[in-house]
Design a protein around this ligand. Structure first.
Ligand code: BGC
Length: 367
């Protein structure tokens, strides 16, 4: 008995020391001022810090971590950092870990798990995006879930308010179905007001209804007086190529064998989508992030690598940061079987000989 108790004490002390160690490390330039909510951050400069990133998908966004065969490990952050990525996006299914009646309390053990993940990223000087992911219920019954959605943000915003400015909050992954643009534009405004009570200057990330579709940017309305925002879209076009054989997309078996070879027409279609988005960014004076893009493992590797490289470079030349979907599951840039990178994808994302990353403030207009 005594032995077991000592183990617990030692484990807790070790965790406390790790967290203290990480918060010490967070006193580096990533943190404007340790221990207070960040203010005075430039959203364009913060977007450049997101730079080239990767999603730690299929882990904390599963109903329970591990259900989809991904459990986040400390060494993942070493791998991601040393490969040259600048940031990680952590999709999180908070709705599976908050009570279903008011005040919708988030389970402490789950919150602590996310704390650990954030600390791991910061310990490697990786910027971190946390979001609300797979809140499927709010898409179907928005009104019934609005208070819970806002209560989750009230708790997260209070809990993380003193984290460095390199922690970004993304309001809600891919609003869709009945949470359509008109309603989503209202909800996002309320969520921003909620978060601003404790985090007046933190950079928030928000995307349009209709699954963050790049073509839906024009339906997004964000508060004009809030300058501390980054706008995100996701990119999976052509969908029949990127989602061929995806088990969660009915009918996608029929698309197996679709290739992407980078013909002029294929490249122009992507360039058109990105330049329209960039024009929206310029017209609205907002930095842009491609929060997800990737091609599923059932497509051939040569097409995946070509497409991935073309999308990543097109995002960069348009001044956008990006997060590849994803690290170690079905789209994985890392292979959990061989414990090695899928080098064609990694080289497509982080070219060895490329010029320095150009995510920039080039779209900034005079205030
Ligand atoms: C979803 C994932 C899915 C991916 C590609 C993400 O937004 O959360 O479950 O694998 O998109 O379809």
């Amino acid at each position: 008995m005594a032995k077991i108790r000592w183990k617990r004490v030692l484990a807790r002390t070790a965790l406390a020391l790790l967290l203290i160690g990480c918060s010490e490390k967070s006193k580096n330039p990533m943190s404007p001022e340790d221990g207070t909510s960040p203010t005075g951050l430039d959203p364009f400069a913060q977007n450049a810090k997101l730079g080239r990133g990767v999603n730690l998908g299929n882990a904390l966004e599963a109903p329970n971590e591990g259900d989809w065969d991904v459990t986040i490990k400390s060494e993942y952050f070493d791998l991601i950092k040393s490969a040259g990525f600048n940031s990680v996006r952590i999709p999180i299914r908070w709705s599976a870990h908050a009570s279903t009646s008011a005040p919708y309390v988030i389970a402490t053990s789950f919150l602590q798990r996310v704390d650990w993940v954030i600390a791991q990223a910061f310990a490697r000087q990786l910027a971190v995006v946390i979001n609300i992911h797979h809140y499927d219920e709010i898409m179907i019954e928005p009104a019934a879930h609005k208070a819970r959605f806002l209560a989750i943000w009230t708790q997260l915003a209070a809990h993380y308010k003193n984290q460095p400015g390199d922690l970004f909050f993304e309001l809600l992954n891919e609003p869709n179905s009945l949470l359509a643009s008109e309603l989503w534009n209202q909800y996002l405004q309320e969520a921003i007001t909620t978060i601003r009570q404790t985090n007046p200057g933190r950079i928030l990330i928000v995307g349009p209804a209709n699954w963050y579709n790049i073509g839906s940017l024009k339906t997004l309305t964000i508060p004009a007086d809030d300058k501390s925002l980054i706008v995100a879209v996701h990119y999976y076009n052509p969908f029949q190529f990127t989602h061929q054989g995806a088990e969660w997309v009915p009918g996608s078996e029929a698309w197996l064998g679709t290739r992407w070879t980078g013909t002029l027409a294929e490249r122009q279609a992507i360039q058109r989508d990105f330049s329209e988005a960039a024009s929206w960014g310029a017209a609205n004076n907002r930095p842009l992030n491609i929060g997800e893009f990737g091609a599923y493992s059932k497509a051939d590797m040569s097409s995946r690598a070509l497409w991935t490289e073309f999308v990543a470079r097109t995002a960069e030349t348009n001044g956008m940061s990006w997060h590849y979907w994803e690290f170690i599951a079905g789209f994985g840039v890392y292979n959990s079987m061989t414990n090695n990178w899928n080098y064609p994808l990694l080289n497509a994302l982080i070219p060895k000989t490329s010029p320095a990353l150009t995510v920039a403030s080039s779209f900034r207009l005079p205030p």
